[in-house]
Design a binder for this molecule. Sequence first.
Ligand code: SF4
Ligand code: SF4
Length: 106
Amino acid sequence: MKTGVSASRYWNIGQCTIPIGKVTIIPSFCKGGDDCDDCIRFCPEKVLELGTVPNEKGFFPPILVNEGKCTVCGRCQLYCSENAIFVEKIGERTVTAEEIAIREEN
Ligand code: SF4
Ligand code: SF4
């Protein structure tokens, strides 16, 4: 919700951190393609895209296109009915002023 007040006024740039994620996909478990793209649709950071290489069952597992943006929100893992995708926190990074500005626009 836009309030007209810039949230960046309340962020202490240089001290706010967010998690860094590592995403693991198990292609052989995945049913991606026409039947499923839940991990892609529910990822708020657009980390994933539908892959073009089929697995042995003819499904198309997602690929990582923006892993550096993963915030370990866990939605991909939560919504995958096949247990084909996992995420773990591997560190933290400082939020940039540009990222805050982008979030305020959306
Ligand atoms: S939600 Fe799971 S089964 Fe569906 S495309 Fe993603 S990894 Fe594959
Ligand atoms: S944990 Fe969240 S941000 Fe990271 S890939 Fe999954 S849905 Fe996207």
